[in-house]
Design a protein around this ligand. Structure first.
Ligand code: NAD
Length: 316
């Protein structure tokens, strides 16, 4: 039986991954400090997993790696906007915590790692849809920079420790249990005022949104031992096949909530209509490489947003 250890397993994506790993028959351990995750997300599998509430930055967790075959390292601060006010927090939670995980892997002899990276490592790519081999990797946010630095640490780990790692570079993931991002923000703004919606930027930011079910299917479609059998690092994009602009996101949410007459107010944003400093204006990922492993996304961007809005409506 494969023993999977998931960091950040009580979070939005992590809890869906834990559900899927339990369903496929893995033994599953979860490490999470519950800073943004919730035990409620794990309610359905709580009796089947080993859960340890701890902060990767503060505690020695080597003991939890005994007999572990693979680490799924999802813990992070995923909120791009945190990096504007507190870049040091972003680097601690995304880079230093990754260093702690890799150190523990080296000491405990765990070779296989799956990491969750982001489209923002590409920065403002001149090629869209952007393929994994795109260069230069030039993030424009502290979040993107922190994930790129974490990827570089992982590559070095693979070279020095004969490790095998996949870094999944995600577009914007949405779906049940969404706890941050534009859909979550718009939903809560509309709950507070169902007649008006403030939209950051000019509303023309064009991005790919993909459903967490497609995210998990992608993560399980391929294993580090397959992509880099002799050791090494591989990056794989995961996203939907299309992108939509922020006004379309707002329209989809209003439609899902049955709100036909919402007035949109645009902040105008910064630097040519970005929602915030470091907001990439156009993002769509090339996903052909993952499709070679038999994965196909089931949701387009708009359908993924609608499903998320309906779940939020039923659960908040
Ligand atoms: P999330 O905030 O729901 O999950 C992160 C989890 O990590 C939480 O449960 C949190 O409590 C835990 N955590 C944070 N710091 C920790 C620490 N120091 N020690 C222990 N636990 C800690 O976020 P998510 O959206 O599920 O994101 C999961 C991963 O996917 C992250 O690495 C994120 O950067 C990446 N990602 C997400 C998206 C997206 O659209 N949601 C896009 C690109 C990449």
């Amino acid at each position: 039986m494969t023993h999977s250890l998931v960091t950040g397993g009580a979070g939005f994506i992590g809890s869906h991954l834990v559900d899927a790993l339990v369903a496929r028959g893995d033994r599953v351990s979860v490490l999470d400090n519950l800073s943004s995750g919730s035990l409620d997300f794990l309610a359905g599998v709580r009796s089947s997993i080993e859960f340890h509430e701890l902060d990767l930055l503060d505690e020695d967790f080597d003991a939890h790696l005994a007999d572990v075959d693979i680490i799924w390292h999802l813990s992070a601060n995923p909120e791009v906007r945190t990096g504007i006010d507190a870049p040091e927090v972003m680097f601690r939670q995304n880079v230093d915590a990754t260093r702690c995980v890799l150190g523990a892997m080296a000491r405990c002899g765990v070779r296989d790692l799956v990491f969750t990276s982001t489209s923002t490592v590409y920065g403002e790519a001149s090629v869209v849809p952007t393929p994994e081999e795109y260069e230069p990797l030039a993030p424009i946010s502290a979040y993107g920079q922190s994930k790129l630095e974490a990827e570089q640490l992982i590559e070095r780990f693979c070279e020095e420790e004969n490790g095998r790692a996949i870094s999944f570079r995600f577009a914007n993931c949405v779906g049940p249990r969404s706890n941050h991002g534009v859909t979550f923000d718009f939903f809560h703004k509309l709950r507070a005022d169902s007649g008006a919606l403030e939209i950051l930027g000019d509303g023309k930011q064009f991005k790919s949104y993909f459903h967490v079910a497609d995210c998990i299917a992608g993560m399980l479609a391929v294993a580090p031992a397959e992509t880099c059998p002799g050791g090494g690092f591989a990056a794989l994009n995961v996203g939907s096949l299309n992108g939509i602009d922020v006004v379309t996101v707002a329209d989809a949410i209003c439609e899902a909530l049955g709100l036909p007459d919402v007035q949109y107010h645009f902040t105008g944003g910064v630097d040519g209509g970005r929602g915030w400093e470091g907001d990439v204006k156009r993002m769509l990922l090339a996903v052909e490489r993952l499709r070679e492993f038999g994965w196909r996304p089931q949701f387009g961007s708009r359908a993924a947003i609608v499903d998320t809005a309906r779940w939020l409506d039923e659960n908040y």
